[in-house]
Design a protein around this ligand. Structure first.
Ligand code: IPE
Ligand code: IPE
Ligand code: MG
Length: 237
């Protein structure tokens, strides 16, 4: 598939959905779907890095996902541990800068430490920024930004008149990242599920029925090609 190198998205965000259904269709426990899902994520990260896509954000765990059964959460935490442990050298080798967005303080201490280590050691990665959304919820992110802003005003560091979109977005987790140009959601669901509500004001959406474990590099290229055929008007004519 031919992509126009001049019109690549600067930031692609993906809602990796459908792991549970993938497993169920095979008569397997949901865990197997999550394990396959991690493999897919690794393949897509490698592909994005090759293209390269400057920023790739993957929705890995939502705030709402804490409401899942304890056993499933435990499985997801173990997969996250394995991922962070095995991928740090890979990220360093590929020149990937790793960071997370979301409520890092809600994770077990050892995972928090692994996240911090990955962020620190990969900080000078220049090829691609990989953002994992972990315990991420967009409304909570916006409310947090409002709280931080209110504190800054109370302490006299900012005056209310100064608050504009640029200043506000500086208080979001995504402060230093461009808005997503393209958002992909797998598994046929057509909703945002509390993902990047503020940042997706002018994002192009791509929905595919393919379940995340089945999402191949080819499917990824298809989404990018579809994006390149679109005309983005940003309110102009
Ligand atoms: C996405 O797959 C992974 C996470 C939310 C962690 P799901 O687990 O939501 O899979 P389905 O939607 O039940 O098929
Ligand atoms: C969104 O998927 C969150 C992630 C992919 C991590 P969900 O499966 O949790 O979303 P809903 O519940 O179908 O909206
Ligand atoms: Mg789901």
């Amino acid at each position: 598939m031919e992509l126009d190198p001049e019109r690549l998205p600067r930031h692609v965000a993906i809602i990796m959905d459908g792991n549970g259904r993938w497993a169920r269709r095979r008569g397997l426990p949901r865990f197997f779907g999550h394990r396959e899902g991690v493999k897919t994520a690794k393949r897509i990260i490698t592909k994005a890095c090759e293209i390269p896509i400057p920023v790739l954000t993957l929705y890995a765990f939502s705030r709402e996902n804490w409401q899942r059964p304890r056993e499933e959460i435990a499985v997801l935490m173990d997969l996250l541990r394995d991922y962070l442990r095995s991928e740090l050298p890979v990220m360093l080798e590929k020149g990937i800068r790793f960071r997370i967005i979301g409520e890092r303080e809600r994770f077990p201490q050892d995972i928090q430490e692994m996240i911090a280590r990955c962020e620190e050691e990969t900080a000078s990665g220049h090829r691609m920024t990989l953002v994992l959304a972990l315990s991420y919820g967009s409304r909570a992110e916006i409310v947090r930004a409002a709280r931080l802003l209110a504190q800054a005003v109370r302490e006299g560091r900012i005056s209310p008149e100064e608050i504009d979109e640029t200043l506000f977005s500086g208080f979001l987790y995504t402060a230093d990242l461009p808005d997503p140009d393209l958002l992909i959601r797998t598994s046929g669901e057509k909703r945002l599920s509390n993902f990047l509500l503020y940042q997706c004001a002018y994002t192009e959406f791509y929905f595919t029925p393919v379940l995340w474990p089945d999402f191949t590099e080819e499917e990824f290229l298809k989404a990018l090609a579809d994006y390149q055929r679109r005309e983005r008007r940003f309110g102009r004519i």
